[in-house]
Design a protein around this ligand. Sequence first.
Ligand SMILES: NC(=O)c1ccc[n+]([C@@H]2O[C@H](COP(=O)([O-])OP(=O)(O)OC[C@H]3O[C@@H](n4cnc5c(N)ncnc54)[C@H](O)[C@@H]3O)[C@@H](O)[C@H]2O)c1
Length: 340
Amino acid sequence: MKVLITGGCGFVGTNLALFLKSKNFNVNCLDNLSRKGSRYNLNLLRNKKIRNYKFDIHNFKRIRKLPKYDLIIDCCAEAAVEVSKKDIDSVINTNFLGTLNILKKAKKDRSKIIFLSTSRVYPIKDMNNIVKKKIISSKIKIKKTFGENDNLQGPKTIYGLTKLSSEMLIEEFAYAFNLKFLINRCGVISGPLQFGKQDQGFVSLWIWAHLKKKKMKYIGYGGLGNQVRDVLHIDDLCELINLQIRKFNKINNKIFTVGGSKKSYASLKQLTHICERITNNKIKFTKVPKTSIYDIPYFITNNYHVTKTYGWKPRRNILKVVSDTFLWLKNNQSIINKYF
Ligand SMILES: NC(=O)c1ccc[n+]([C@@H]2O[C@H](COP(=O)([O-])OP(=O)(O)OC[C@H]3O[C@@H](n4cnc5c(N)ncnc54)[C@H](O)[C@@H]3O)[C@@H](O)[C@H]2O)c1
C-alpha cells in the first residue's frame, strides 16, 4: 500500500513514517521543513529510504503532480496555539487550506484519508467550567473525560477552529464525493523525536529542561503548575493507526477521541517530579500567575469508542513516555542541542 504522510518530518509524521515503513508500507512524506527539528527527523527518514517532498502544503500545483497514493495521512499543521493567535493567515493556510488541497488530491486519486485532529476542537469555557477557579491551588479531581459527543460550540483557539473546520470539510468531501476517511481527535501526544515548545510539545520540553538544567516557568492559573493533561505515547498512536489502516475497508467515516486517558496523565507539577526522578536533576521554576486566554486547566480523553471499535487502548503510561523520551534526548543531545 502506498502512503503519503503530510507533515511527515514532524514529530507524529516521522514516528508514523518509520513505524509504517517497518510494517512494509511504501511511505513518502511531504513537509516544507518549517518546524525546528524537522531536518533532524528528515535524516532518520532518509536513512530508511523514505522520500520527503519538500514543499508547502499550500502549493496545490505541486500536490496535484504527486504520484497516486492509496492513503494520505494528514499530520501537517502549525500546531502551536499561541502562534495561531498571532499568525492567523498562515495558520489558516496550512491547517485548513492544506487539508482542502489534500482532499482535492484524494478526490482525484480515490485515496483514503486519515486526519490527525486535536482535543482543542472543544471550547475553552467547557474546560474552564470543570475547574471554575482562576488559581488552581490544589490537585484537580480527575472525573470528567471528553469524548466524541461533547459540545463543540464556543471559542477554542484559532488552531482548534482550523482543525474542526478541516474535520467538517473532510466530512463534506466524503458525503459529496464518496471518499473514505478516519479522524483521530488526539489529546497531548509525546515521545521521542518531539522538539517541544511551551505551547506545543511541552512534555519533551520539560524533560529537555531537566536534562540540561534549564530554568522553567509554571504559566497560568496562579503559576502553581496544577493544570492537568493526559499524554499519549506516540507508539500507542502508531499502533492504533496501523490497526485502523488494516480495518479501513470495514470501519471508516468515523471520528474518534484518542488520548492517554485516565491511564496516562499528570499535572505540570507531577510531570516535574517524574522528570526529577528520571533525570536525577532538579531545576528552578518561576511562577507566572497570569493565564493566557488560550490556556486550559484540564483535559482527559474518553477512549470508550476507539477501544470498543478496535480493542485498542494505550498500553504505555506517562512514566514510559518520559523515560523513552529522556533516553532519546540523552543519547542524541549533542545533535539535538541546536533544535531546542
Ligand atoms: N503533538 C501533539 O500533542 C498533538 C496533539 C493533537 C493533535 N496533533 C496533530 O497532529 C499533527 C502532527 O503534530 P506534530 O506534533 O507532529 O506537529 P509538528 O509541528 O511536529 O509537525 C508538523 C509538520 O508539518 C510541517 N509543516 C508545517 N507547515 C507546513 C506547510 N505549510 N507545508 C508543509 N509542511 C508544513 C512542519 O515542518 C512539521 O514538520 C498535527 O496535525 C497536529 O494538529 C498533535
